[in-house]
Ligand binder design. Structure first.
Ligand SMILES: [Zn+2]
Length: 154
């Protein structure tokens, strides 16, 4: 299965962010491989439990997990802002994968508040750790794919 992904052609990245140079490469990896929108809906109480557990492990205060509903042309899967995570319940994003992405922002910003790259190598390290810990994808597998998708992991 992994060999399929390592030989499968990847689509070009159409956007670039100077301030956050890995952002769209990581989004491409997630879209093409992690498949953040294919998972079933998880109750907000269970998502909060995962966030609480992960934050205990990382010794940071847990965020508040909330659900919002936004449809339309390009609604966000989720967002992270000042200790609150929002997951889009109207866009198949109320799931563990999207939670772990936003949770990586929370832990990354608490541990490395001066890191200017929102989706940089250190963020990806936390994200890969969480994907592994909660059994979405083994850490080594993420690193292998990240290398091919042009995403650096610290
Ligand atoms: Zn993000």
């Amino acid at each position: 299965m992994l060999s399929h992904y390592l030989t499968h052609p990847i689509s070009p990245v159409r956007k670039h962010s100077n301030r956050d140079p890995q952002k769209y490469k990581l989004f491409r990896l997630e879209r093409e491989f992690v498949g953040t929108c294919i998972y079933h809906v998880v109750a907000v109480e269970d998502l909060q439990r995962i966030a609480d557990h992960a934050c205990r492990e990382h010794k940071v205060l847990p965020p508040k997990v909330t659900i919002f509903r936004q449809s339309g042309k390009k609604p966000p899967d989720g967002w992270y802002l000042d200790g609150t995570i929002g997951l889009n319940g109207a866009y198949s994003a109320q799931n563990t994968c999207v939670l772990l992405h936003e949770l990586a922002h929370h832990i990354h910003s608490a541990r490395f508040p001066d890191d200017t790259q929102d989706h940089g190598p250190m963020f990806c390290r936390f994200y890969a750790d969480l994907l592994d810990k909660y059994r979405i994808m083994p850490f080594d597998c993420f690193c292998l794919l990240a290398d091919r998708w042009g995403v650096e992991v610290a």
